[in-house]
Design a protein around this ligand. Structure first.
Ligand code: NZQ
Ligand code: ZN
Length: 386
């Protein structure tokens, strides 16, 4: 296990009725901006609960933050923040709303052009507005980390960024808010959370037993309960376990002292930006391709995963076991309603050069846990995903 330092200051309120806790977290004299997406929170009653919790606190609203939030839209919110002298942001929605709100938090206080924040990955953020979150879609882990992913629509640049200052102060995780999710978002959420775990796990052994076994437990939970959320959507315990597992998949714990891959996300972001696929759909396409391409380097962890998580017993040798681990993961994604090949989304090999060009433009020339996946490798490995 490598050295690490760790602190995660986000306070979590988990469970039924916890939206009411907002009033304990936000100062009574705050001027709050509620941020949200396309309106799901109006239909499922979440916004009404938020309004009730904000009784006697001054609040404003900004809706219309789209999936894969656009810089251009977020800039409109920043105008409202300045105009109404907002002092606290409250994101109510999925990862896109939370990420967008983190950007608003940093950009509202940014000295200089907020566009810079995208290309410097928020590294120069010195101060930010405080933000809280009511999560309605378990997937990204954004509710308990400092990451934000924002798309500059004009140039199709989808960029990840990180700042300690953009971590939510508090997050409310009420599994009942997820009952209204469409099946597609349930599948996306489970796949995204699994890929977060796997980006931090499927590398090479460093004897990080705590992180490894923790990751394996979370994977098993998502693989057990994910399909149940599709067949039994009103099952509270299933929703609760998925929600809490997805948070822990990317709240920093699993990566402590461990190498990380993250090539799957880096490539996936370009596919979303260029061709509009959902975030998890891109991961489901890219993961089997990266693993197949790097099977030899990832062999030890593929075998551990085959044994500890998938319980593969039928293989004749290690190579077959590793191959089966990849194919069973692919089959699981498909079973969650998330197709794993470009062709299922109407794309073919002609889609690949633009993806690789975007990676080059962004200087992503050495991906993966060994930094040895070059743009030329990406061209080759994506052929495995057609
Ligand atoms: O916009 P509304 O109307 O709310 O509808 C949303 C949206 O259409 C809907 N939805 C959310 N909660 C719902 C609901 N519908 C019914 N009932 C509910 N309870 O779901 C749709 C998708 O929402 P979105 O927020 O886009 O999904 P997700 O949470 O998967 O977020 C994806 C974004 O997060 C980024 C992705 O790149 C993408 O931009 N990520 C953020 C990360 C982070 N901050 O750490 C890490 C991830 O790897 C990821 O990159
Ligand atoms: Zn992700």
């Amino acid at each position: 296990m490598n050295n690490f330092s760790f602190r995660n200051p986000t306070k979590i309120h988990f469970g039924k009725g916890q939206i009411a806790k907002i009033k304990e977290e936000i100062p009574a004299d705050a001027r709050v901006l509620i941020t949200y997406g396309g309106g799901s929170i109006k239909k499922n009653g979440v916004l009404a609960q938020v309004h009730a919790a904000l009784e006697n606190i001054t609040f404003f609203e900004f809706g219309g933050i789209e999936p894969n939030p656009h810089f251009e839209t977020l800039m409109q919110a920043i105008e409202l923040v300045k105009q109404e002298k907002i002092t606290y942001l409250l994101a109510v929605g999925g990862g896109s709303v939370v990420d967008g709100t983190k950007f608003i938090a940093g950009a509202s206080c940014y000295e200089g052009d907020p566009l810079e924040m995208i290309y410097t990955r928020a590294s120069k953020v010195k101060t930010a507005l405080p933000l809280g979150c009511v999560l309605t879609l378990p997937a990204t882990g954004s509710e308990m980390n400092g990451n934000a992913v924002v798309t500059r629509w004009e140039t199709k640049d989808k960029m990840g960024m990180f700042s300690e200052l953009m971590r939510p102060t508090f997050s409310i995780l009420d599994p009942e808010t997820t009952y209204s999710l469409p099946a597609r978002q349930v599948g996306n959420g489970v796949v995204d959370a699994m890929v977060h775990i796997l980006e931090q796990y499927m590398t090479y052994p460093v004897q990080g037993k705590v992180q490894d076994y923790y990751a394996e437990s979370l994977l098993k939970i998502l693989m057990e309960d994910g399909p149940q959320a599709l067949t039994d959507p009103m099952n509270y315990d299933v929703r609760a376990n998925i929600m809490w597992a997805a948070t822990q998949a990317l709240n920093g714990m699993l990566s402590l002292g461990m190498p990380g891959d993250w090539s799957i996300h880096a490539i996936g972001h370009q596919i979303t930006a260029l061709y509009g696929l959902d975030h998890a759909q891109t991961l489901a396409i890219v993961l089997p391709a990266v693993w197949s391409y790097k099977k030899a380097q990832k062999k030890a962890k593929l075998l551990q995963y085959a044994d500890h998580v998938l319980g593969i017993k039928e293989a004749n040798d290690d190579d077959q076991s590793a191959t089966l681990a990849i194919e069973k993961t692919r089959a699981f994604f498909e079973s969650m309603g998330v197709p794993t090949r470009f062709s299922a989304y109407g794309l073919d090999a002609t889609a690949i050069p633009a993806i690789v060009e975007k990676l080059r433009q962004h200087g992503r020339l050495k991906l993966g846990e060994h930094g040895d996946i070059t743009p030329d490798d990406v061209t080759q490995l994506l052929q495995l995903a057609l």
